[in-house]
Ligand binder design. Structure first.
Ligand SMILES: [Zn+2]
Length: 141
């Protein structure tokens, strides 16, 4: 997954997650991208992309090393990745996500719990959150 920082024609900034740079181009080409703040469809990438580091470019390796194919990350692997690379803020998630969105807190990956209503409110406010089907810790096997 690649996180691109995006900007609309009215200079609202937000983040979008894409499978690849091509995925961004494809979605943009089809007019699928819009600004979560103003709904404007004119969205461009800012030049700085934060690439999720746990996915090394394995294409360059010699074939005999046969690294596991990671191009298609499963949902399970993606969730593991999120769990390993984000800070658990628990129930403070909605507030912390807002603070990060408003640049009041350091930008970083966080995870936590939010009710469906809280998630909907965050999305309404243009805060880029991604609901994941991660069970609460008490239900882990
Ligand atoms: Zn906008």
């Amino acid at each position: 997954m690649i996180v691109f920082e995006l900007i609309c024609s009215r200079r609202h900034r937000f983040e979008g997650w894409f499978a690849s740079g091509d995925d961004f181009d494809r979605q943009k080409g089809r007019g699928l991208l819009s600004c979560p703040v103003c709904g404007g469809g004119s969205v461009d990438k800012l030049p700085t992309a934060r690439i999720q580091k746990s996915q090394p470019a394995e294409r360059a390796k010699p074939k005999r090393q046969r690294a596991p194919a990671r191009q298609e990350m499963t949902v399970g692997a993606f969730i593991d990745h999120v769990l390993l690379n984000s800070e658990d803020v628990g129930k403070a998630f909605p507030d912390e996500a807002r603070r990060i969105h408003r640049r009041l807190a350091p930008a970083r990956a966080i995870r936590g719990t939010a009710t469906r209503e809280e998630t909907a409110e965050l999305l309404d406010e243009g805060v880029p959150v991604l609901p994941l089907p991660i069970p609460p810790r008490g239900e882990w096997h």
